[in-house]
Design a protein. Sequence first.
Length: 152
Amino acid sequence: MTDPHDWNAQTIKEFRANEGKVGGVFEGAPLVLTHHRGRTSGREHVTPMMYLPHDTEPDVIYVFATKGGAPTNPDWYLNLTAAGEGTVERGTETYRVTVRDLTGGERDRVYDEQASRYPGFADYAHQTAGVRVIPVLELRRAQLSPFEGATS
C-alpha cells in the first residue's frame, strides 16, 4: 500500500504544476489544497481534498471529513475546527478562510448533494453509519480587515 503522505505530496505537486488540475482518482473533480496548523504540534500541514462549491456564493466551498470511510475523523478536520480558520489553494489562487462546522439539516443537504455527484461519498456514509456522522465544513473566504495589506 502507498504511504498517504507520499500520495498527498504527489497530488500537491501535480495540483500546483497544473493550475489546480490533477489526474487519477481526482481527475475532473473540484480539488483544493487546505493549509492547517497542527493543534498540538503547531506545524503547518497541506491536505488535498475534494470540495463542493456553494450554489450562489463563489466565496464559499464545502469540504467533507470522510477519511475514506474510517471510523474516526481526520486530523485535518480537528485542526481546522480547533483553529476556526485556515488557507486554501483553489486553482491558481490562495486565500484565507473561516471555518464553520455544519449541523443538522444543513449538513445533511450539503452532504447528500456531494454524494449525488460523487457516489463514493455515499459509500463513505454507509461505512460510517452508526459509528460517526461525517462532518461537513463550510470554508468561507475571509474578508481582509482595513489594516491588512496596508503599508506604512
